[in-house]
Write a protein that binds this ligand. Structure first.
Ligand code: MN
Length: 230
C-alpha cells in the first residue's frame, strides 16, 4: 500500500549537541501566562485559568532562519517564550509527576498577526489565523532535561531584542501557571503524546517587528534564538 500523494516531511527540531531530531506532533500554546502581559492585553490575570490555542506542527521554524513578513497583517508581533517538549504522553497527569513527562526545553517565539487575533477576539471568532499561520513557531534546538533541568522552577532570565533593542524582559518564575501545572491542566483536556510542544506564554512588552528586522531571544541556560524577517 502506498500514499496517493507524497506525504510532507515530519516536522522536527534538532537536539543540542546531537545529530538526532525531535519529531514535532502538536504545538500547544498557553495564553496570558504572565500577569503583566495579561494586563497589557486587557484582561484580569487573577480570574483566568490557563487557556490554550494551537499552531500546526509544520509552523515550526529552525533557529537562524529568515522568514517572510506574513501576509494579511500590518501588526506582526514577537512573543518570546519557554518551550517544553513532551517525551512521555498521558491523560490526567498529576501535577506532582508532570515534570517526568518533559523531554527537554527550547527557546521559542510565538509569532502573532496581532491585528487578525484582536479582530477575531472582538467578535468571538477563533484565533487560528492570528496565531497558527505558516512559519509562526520558531524554536531553538532542544536541550534534554538531563542538561537543562526545569528552567521555570528557577528565576532564569527571558528576553528578546529587535534590531538590538530589548523589547521583552522577565524571568521564568513569573509564569502564572508553571510547566507542571500546565501539563496537569492540559492533559485533562487532551491526551498528551511524545512530540508535543508547549509554548509557555510570553512576558509583557510584546510589539511589532517589521520587514528587514532581526529578533534575538534568550533564556538563561536554555539557549538563544535569532530570526530575521525578510
Ligand atoms: Mn504567546
Amino acid at each position: 500500500m502506498s500514499y496517493v500523494i507524497t506525504p510532507e516531511e515530519q516536522p522536527a527540531l534538532p537536539i543540542e549537541g546531537s545529530d538526532d531530531l525531535f519529531p514535532v506532533r502538536r504545538i500547544y500554546c498557553v495564553g496570558r501566562n504572565y500577569r503583566a502581559h495579561a494586563i497589557e492585553m486587557g484582561s484580569d490575570p487573577d480570574r483566568d485559568p490557563p487557556f490554550f490555542f494551537m499552531k500546526p506542527a509544520d509552523a515550526i521554524v529552525q533557529n537562524g532562519a529568515t522568514i517572510p513578513y506574513p501576509p494579511k497583517t500590518n501588526n506582526f508581533h514577537h512573543e518570546i517564550e519557554l518551550v517544553a517538549a513532551i517525551g512521555k504522553g498521558g491523560a490526567n497527569i498529576p501535577e506532582k509527576s508532570a515534570l517526568d513527562h518533559v523531554w527537554g526545553y527550547g527557546v521559542g517565539i510565538d509569532l502573532t498577526r496581532r491585528d487578525l487575533q484582536m479582530a477575531a477576539r472582538e467578535i468571538g471568532r477563533p484565533w487560528d489565523m492570528g496565531k497558527g499561520f505558516d512559519k509562526s513557531a520558531p524554536c531553538t534546538a532542544l536541550k534534554p532535561v538531563s542538561v537543562v533541568g526545569h528552567p521555570d522552577t528557577t528565576d532564569a532570565a527571558i528576553w528578546i531584542k529587535v534590531n538590538g533593542e530589548i523589547k521583552q524582559q522577565s524571568t521564568l518564575d513569573l509564569h502564572i501557571w508553571n510547566v507542571a501545572e500546565t501539563i496537569a491542566y492540559l492533559s485533562e483536556l487532551v491526551e498528551l503524546a511524545p512530540g508535543d510542544l508547549i509554548y509557555m506564554g510570553t512576558p509583557d512588552g510584546v510589539g511589532p517587528v517589521a520587514a528587514g528586522e532581526t529578533m534575538e531571544g534568550h533564556i538563561d541556560g536554555v539557549g538563544d534564538i535569532t530570526i530575521k524577517v525578510a
